[in-house]
Design a protein around this ligand. Sequence first.
Ligand code: GTP
Ligand code: MG
Length: 351
Amino acid sequence: MSFSIGIVGLPNVGKSTLFKALTKKQVDASNYPFCTIEPNVGVVAVPDERLDKLSKLNNSEKTISTTIEFVDIAGLVKGASKGEGLGNKFLANIREVDAILQVVRRFNDPNVVHVHGIVNPKSDREVINMELILADLETLNKSLEKINSQMKGPHDKILDKQKSIFEKIKLNLESGKLISEIELDTEEKFIIKSFNFLTLKPMLYVYNVDENEVNDQPADGIAICAKIESELVELDSQSAKEYMETLGMQETGLNKLIKESYKALNLITFLTSGPKESRAWTIEKGTKAPQAAGKIHTDFEKGFIRAEVINWQDLLDCGGEVSAKEKGLIRLEGKDYIFQDGDVTVFRFAN
Ligand SMILES: Nc1nc2c(ncn2[C@@H]2O[C@H](COP(=O)(O)OP(=O)(O)OP(=O)(O)O)[C@@H](O)[C@H]2O)c(=O)[nH]1
Ligand SMILES: [Mg+2]
């Protein structure tokens, strides 16, 4: 299963344009607000040069990238949490994703209408965040009501704990904070996990900028020109390269976006490679060996014995598994081993 990222923002800021470029899917990205209503879903291969190199090394028949799912969601407006502009439905779409990519308009183009009549990234971001906060407050208030009524009778101690956490979160939300910005301990995080709060999801700001600002490095996100990205994907690789050179771009905005999404989501990649196939797998940072094995097959997790692990660069430098083994570079790791980004592995398991 892929991790999913929801593309969220005001109407007409370039969400679908970005989604189209990312997924190479034909969706409507027309110049009017609320062009998108039903969410568009697309799966994107995560580009990874390590995978390509391993595949070449082992002469693999197949090369399989790991993927991220992107969901292009309808534009949110002020009042969405109260149902404005079909708001509640859109918020429900956001609830289903693992992380949020918030597109904020910075490009100036008199031909593209801005729903507030003026380009103002800071206030646009606040409008969106406020709607997410209000949606969370609604969820929270409903749960608090329930807790309060349950507390009238004999009840479990966990309820007192829940109440105090919810009240703490409520105060913070009311002061305009996102839940992800509140300091919470492990127990608190555990208790609120199942509520699927919108502002607890990792969020990455993507500023949709003018052509001449495409190499900008905003402190709190990344800059992309969706218009350029949509042009780049139409070109063959040589022309794309030349076009990027004229703009001074080191890499495509889409690559940058996928990499940063990965970081924001706290994800890493491990790899498997042999003559049959080379493949990249996505796991969360901190995943232990048996659970990483479980990504490949549940049997691998159940019967996990050990993993043979080597860093991808070491394997490449050795020129292959045989020589890496001779040099003693392939480690045997047990069930407590925490997988690292770029590990290449073979799992040993019992049936
Ligand atoms: N100048 C310029 N125009 C852009 C850029 N990105 C998108 N647009 C234009 O903005 C308009 C809206 O783009 P969409 O991608 O449909 O916007 P959206 O955010 O999906 O809009 P909704 O689905 O209505 O919420 C289209 O006419 C795009 O061509 C950009 O980087 N520069
Ligand atoms: Mg759209």
